[in-house]
Design a protein around this ligand. Structure first.
Ligand SMILES: Cc1ncc(COP(=O)(O)O)c(C=O)c1O
Length: 369
C-alpha cells in the first residue's frame, strides 16, 4: 500500500506550515485549485453548454464520489450547501404528530444541528436534550421519531457508539440522523453497515474540499417513501419539463433543491483518495495523543477544553508524542512531523478571525520560535 506520507506534496501549505487544524478547515489539496480553475474555464469557454456537459449532475455525481469514503452506495447521496440545509431537508419529510413527535439528542451536538432541531418545537415537536450517549439510549422510546447523533463529537473528539444507538432507535421505531462531519475522511465510517437512516457531513474538514459542499445520505429503501417539503426543481423527475406540480425523482435526487453550487462541488472531492486512505487508518511513523481516550473512542479533534488560551499549534506540540509503530492523530499533522520540520506559520485558529479580533504578532512569533 502507498504510504500516507506520499500524499504530502498534494497539500501546498505543508511546504511552510505545520497544519494542525483540519477539524476546522482542512488543508487545501492542489486538486481543489485545479477544480476551481476548470470550473472557471468551462464557464468562460462553454457558457450555457456547461450545464449539459456535467454541471447539472454535480449534485449526485460528487455525492457518489464521496459515498466511496463513507460507505454509501451510488445513488444514495445528494450534495447541498451545508449540514444545516441537509438536515432541514430531512426534517421537512416529517410531521410531528403525537404519539410519535419526539426528537432526542445529546447536548454535545453541533450548534447547526441543535438550533435546527430546537426550532421544530414551533412545528409541534417534543424536543428532549440529554447529557450524553448513555442518556440518549435511555431517552429513546416509542414516542421518538428522530435521533440526531454525531459520530465524532465536535468538542471532545469522542467517537460515539453509533451501532448501539441505531439498534435502540430501530427497536423503538425511531430514525437516526448521523452527523459525520468530524469523522468522514478521518476515521473508518460505513453508513450502510451502520444501518443509519440518514447521514450528513461536509467537505470543509477532513475531506479537504473547502466550504460550500455538504452531503446527505438517505437509506435507499427509505428514500422512496419520503417526500421532502423543502424541495426544488432539481428534485423533479423531469426538471427541464418545468411542470406545474412536483413529481419526485427517484433515489437521492428527490432530496435535492435548486441550482447546484457548482464551484464548491468541483473542489469538494479533490482530496478523496487521501481522505479515504487516511480514514482507513494509514500509518506514518505512528503516533498517538498524549492523553488518549478509552481505546477505540478517539476521533481526530484535540480536546480543547480548559486550554483555550494556548495557540493550537503549540497545544498540539505539547500534547502529542510519537512512539514508533503506534496509530496516529490527524494525518496532516503527521505529514509535517514526518519530515521533522519545525513548527511555524499561523496554525492558531484565532488568526482566521476578522482582523479586528486578531491578537497579532506575539502569538505568531511564538509559533516561529
Ligand atoms: C459535527 C459538526 N457538524 C456540523 C458542522 C457544520 O455545520 P454546517 O455545515 O451547518 O455549517 C460542524 C462544523 O464544525 C461540525 O463539527
Amino acid at each position: 500500500m502507498q504510504p500516507l506520507e506520499s500524499y504530502r506534496d498534494r497539500f501546498p501549505i505543508l511546504e511552510h506550515t505545520t497544519y494542525l487544524i483540519n477539524h476546522s478547515l482542512g488543508a487545501m489539496p492542489v486538486g481543489a485549485e485545479e477544480g476551481l480553475l476548470r470550473y472557471a474555464r468551462e464557464w468562460r469557454e462553454r457558457g450555457v453548454r456547461a450545464w449539459a456537459e456535467g454541471w447539472w449532475e454535480t449534485s449526485t455525481a460528487v455525492g457518489d464520489q464521496l459515498g466511496r469514503i463513507v460507505g454509501a452506495a451510488p445513488g444514495t447521496m445528494a450534495m447541498h450547501q451545508n449540514v444545516a440545509v441537509a438536515q432541514a431537508i430531512v426534517l421537512s419529510c416529517f410531521e410531528f404528530e403525537p404519539p410519535r413527535s419526539r426528537i432526542v439528542y445529546g447536548e454535545g451536538e453541533f450548534p447547526s444541528v441543535r438550533y435546527l432541531y430546537q426550532a421544530q418545537r414551533r412545528r409541534g415537536a417534543d424536543v428532549e436534550i440529554v447529557a450524553d450517549e448513555a442518556a440518549v439510549l435511555e431517552a429513546i422510546d416509542e414516542r421518538t421519531l428522530l435521533v440526531p447523533i454525531s459520530h465524532v463529537l465536535f468538542k471532545t473528539g469522542e467517537i460515539q457508539d453509533v451501532k448501539a444507538i441505531v439498534q435502540r432507535a430501530h427497536e423503538a421505531g425511531a430514525l437516526i440522523v448521523l452527523d459525520a462531519y468530524q469523522s468522514a475522511g478521518s476515521v473508518p465510517l460505513d453508513v450502510t453497515s451502520l444501518g443509519v437512516d440518514f447521514a450528513v457531513g461536509g467537505s470543509v474538514k477532513w475531506l479537504c474540499g473547502g466550504p460550500g459542499a455538504g452531503w446527505l445520505y438517505i437509506r435507499p429503501d427509505l428514500a422512496e417513501r419520503l417526500e421532502p417539503t423543502f424541495t426544488g426543481w432539481q428534485a423533479h423527475a423531469r426538471p427541464f419539463a418545468f411542470e406545474p406540480e412536483q413529481d419526485y425523482a427517484e433515489g437521492a435526487a428527490r432530496f435535492l433543491t435548486g441550482t447546484p453550487n457548482v464551484p464548491a462541488l468541483y473542489a469538494a472531492t479533490a482530496a478523496d483518495g487521501t481522505a479515504g486512505r487516511a480514514a482507513r487508518g494509514g500509518r506514518l511513523r505512528g503516533a498517538e495523543p498524549a492523553r488518549p481516550r478509552a481505546p477505540g473512542r478517539h476521533g481526530r479533534r484535540p480536546d480543547s477544553r480548559g486550554r483555550g488560551r494556548l495557540p493550537r499549534a503549540r497545544r498540539a506540540r505539547d500534547h502529542l508524542r510519537f512512539p514508533a509503530g503506534r496509530r496516529h492523530p490527524p494525518w496532516p499533522t503527521l505529514l509535517q512531523h514526518g519530515r521533522r520540520a519545525p513548527l511555524r506559520g499561523y496554525s492558531d485558529s484565532r488568526d482566521h478571525r476578522h482582523p479586528r479580533l486578531r491578537t497579532p504578532s506575539r502569538r505568531g512569533r511564538e509559533l516561529d520560535d
